[in-house]
Design a protein around this ligand. Structure first.
Ligand SMILES: NC(=O)c1ccc[n+]([C@@H]2O[C@H](COP(=O)([O-])OP(=O)(O)OC[C@H]3O[C@@H](n4cnc5c(N)ncnc54)[C@H](O)[C@@H]3O)[C@@H](O)[C@H]2O)c1
Length: 154
């Protein structure tokens, strides 16, 4: 195990979780230590296909001391519980957008980040923030090059 790599556990193995898994395997910056889905058959299938040895179908993934960061790719309604467990376990967290489907859940998750172990990185997967076109539009708007902006229909 290369200690410079971020050791990642993936929770939720639908098409998006597998896309994240593949991206990590190709990144050279991280390694997939474990995978988890509540569908045991899916965990076994994905584990075999990508050669991931540690396979969880329950919460034990959050206790795995070999994991630095948890990537949460469960459905929109199922982000909160794994997110809170990962933060409580002292893991860095990536959680797919939308963060949650209700304001109460968002607040609960935000509150958990305030109590989180100092230094933890907690990120929501708004990928367009890292899109060069959107980055350029942001740069231009911050530099006030675009004039007064308004939201169509807003
Ligand atoms: N950022 C983007 O561009 C982008 C693109 C596509 C999807 N998404 C988001 O990614 C997330 C996943 O999308 P998807 O299409 O792969 O969803 P999906 O419903 O196909 O897969 C979710 C998987 O999570 C598992 N799961 C649910 N709750 C669980 C739990 N508590 N513990 C373990 N496993 C659990 C389910 O069994 C399922 O296999 C969604 O929130 C979606 O909105 C983001």
């Amino acid at each position: 195990m290369n200690s410079k790599l971020v050791r990642v556990g993936i929770v939720g193995l639908g098409s998006n979780g597998v896309a994240h898994l593949r991206a990590h395997l190709n990144s050279g910056a991280s390694e997939i230590v474990a995978i988890c889905d509540r569908d045991r058959n899916l965990v076994e299938k994905v584990g075999q296909e990508y050669g991931i040895r540690k396979r969880y179908a329950g919460d034990s993934i959050f206790d795995d001391q070999d994991i630095d960061a948890i990537s949460i790719n469960t459905g929109d309604n199922d982000h909160k519980t794994p997110c809170l467990k990962a933060i409580a376990a002292g893991k860095h967290v990536f959680v797919e957008k939308p963060l949650a489907n209700s304001e109460d859940d968002v607040r609960e998750m935000m509150d958990a980040t305030v109590r989180a172990t100092p230094g933890l990185k907690i990120q929501i997967g708004y990928i367009l923030r890292f899109n060069p076109v959107f980055e350029e539009i942001h740069r231009l708007s911050v530099a006030n090059t675009l004039g007064r902006l308004y939201i169509h229909g807003g």
